[in-house]
Write a protein that binds this ligand. Structure first.
Ligand code: FAD
Length: 391
């Protein structure tokens, strides 16, 4: 068993770390403000996305012929962690962009791949969006109500999506809709490509969120939205299984993001414990503090290994859905505990905005919710384990 990263993976990790420290970290607190939605800092955020695209971070697991880096899932996980250590809002955008590129790579025909993937990978488009969740279909996307009806050489979409990351600046939306309402649950859903600005695609206003505020989250409505026949992505009525399959890769991204946020928090705590004194001793001398630091560093190291295992299996072309769910579940919960313990180690100072810990705690919170809640990850894990013990 070899735990060493390849030369290319090490280079990608250090490039991401250096860029994140220099360009993303200073902007992160400014993006967090509720007072500037879509305003001055948004332009800098989008400029950073373009720079990340130029560095090759938008298609890490995409083949070079489509403009990707073809560096693999391990490299993707490493990069995401470094970006999230500095700015979770940027990291989630990078994660979703990679996911959208991978969905198109997996399902698209040559024309679709050529038309869409290079524009995201190159930064010509700031983002792509992944439109699955609906008001009545969150943990259970098979309950979706958005309909797509074929009309001559077009498809016409009607319905609503909610919580869509990057919607205001997405060049393309990968969207799921019911194409056969009579089919059993999940069997009549197809996937489509909808370009930003298509008539009938209406963006709702941006959600005011607890954390990751720099990343826009919006509802979408499709009101007689007409798209060409060629916008069908993959097989008609085969979209649901494709979505479920591709989400496993997204979970490696979100777990890696959580690891970055949790690490940033607990590293701040370790530095603070070495600096501040009470009762005539450094905080680091108290067992109560040492245990919090030890527990979180251990849990985050375990998260890192689970994530790299899932990513390695993906790179090897082996099944990895259960491993990705385990990694996402463990890393997101460990990251939340790390933020809690880091804030506790800082005492009252952690509760102020000055040290950035309260932001990290808010940014970490959603990682147990999006791309499948912790409960849904447990369901995926248990289903596969219990199946393997049937005989
Ligand atoms: C900031 C943000 C960004 C997002 N970005 C996107 C995006 O880009 N694209 C997209 O499609 N979606 C996106 N989402 C949606 C996200 O994936 C959903 O919020 C998530 O899947 C949960 O769905 P829900 O909110 O409808 O909760 P619900 O499904 O209503 O769940 C509510 C609670 O019930 C629990 N629950 C549900 N079913 C079960 C069960 N069978 N067993 C046990 N417990 C259960 C859940 O775990 C949860 O605790 C985003 C969400 C947020 C907050």
């Amino acid at each position: 068993m070899d735990f060493e990263l390849s030369e290319e993976e090490t280079l990608i990790q250090s490039t991401a770390r250096d860029f994140a420290k220099a360009e993303l970290e200073p902007l992160a607190p400014l993006l967090d403000s509720h007072d500037d939605p879509g305003g001055t800092h948004r332009a800098s955020f989008l400029a950073n996305l373009r720079k990340l695209a130029e560095l090759g971070f938008m298609g890490l697991n995409v083949r070079e012929e489509w403009g990707g880096t073809e560096a693999g899932a391990v490299a993707f996980s490493l990069a995401l962690t470094e970006i999230a250590r500095a700015c979770a809002a940027t990291a989630v955008t990078v994660s979703v962009n990679n996911l959208v590129c991978e969905v198109i790579q997996a399902l698209g025909d040559e024309t679709q791949k050529k038309a869409y993937i290079p524009r995201i990978c190159s930064g010509q488009w700031s983002a792509g969006s992944f439109g699955l969740t609906e008001p009545g279909a969150g943990s259970d996307p098979s309950a979706m109500a958005t309909r797509a009806v074929q009309d001559g050489d077009s498809w016409v979409l009607d319905g609503e999506k909610v919580f869509i990351t990057s919607a205001p600046y997405a060049g393309v939306f990968v969207v799921w809709a019911v194409t056969d309402p009579a089919a059993p649950r999940g069997k009549g859903i197809s996937c489509f490509l909808v370009e930003g600005g298509t008539p009938g695609l209406v963006l709702g206003k941006e959600e005011r969120k607890m954390g990751q505020r720099g990343s826009a989250t919006c509802s979408l409505s499709f009101d007689g939205c007409r798209i060409p026949k060629g916008a069908l992505l993959g097989k008609r009525n085969g979209g649901y299984q494709a979505a479920v399959g591709e989400l496993a890769g997204g979970r490696i991204g979100i777990g890696s993001l959580a690891l970055g946020v949790g690490s940033a928090a607990i590293e701040k705590a370790a530095r603070h414990a070495n600096e501040r004194s009470q009762f005539g001793k450094k905080l680091a001398a108290f067992e109560g503090i040492q245990w919090m630091i030890a527990d979180s560093f251990t849990e985050l190291e375990a998260s890192r290994l689970l994530l790299l295992q899932a990513a390695f299996r993906k790179d090897q072309g082996r099944p990895y859905a259960k491993e990705a769910s385990m990694a996402k579940l463990f890393a997101s919960e460990a990251a939340n505990r790390a933020c809690y313990r880091a804030l506790q180690t800082f005492g009252g100072y952690g509760y102020t905005e000055e040290f950035g810990l309260e932001r990290l705690a808010r940014d970490a919170r959603v990682t147990t919710i999006y791309e499948g809640t912790s409960e849904i990850q447990r369901l995926v894990i248990a289903r596969e384990i219990l199946q393997s013990y049937q005989h």
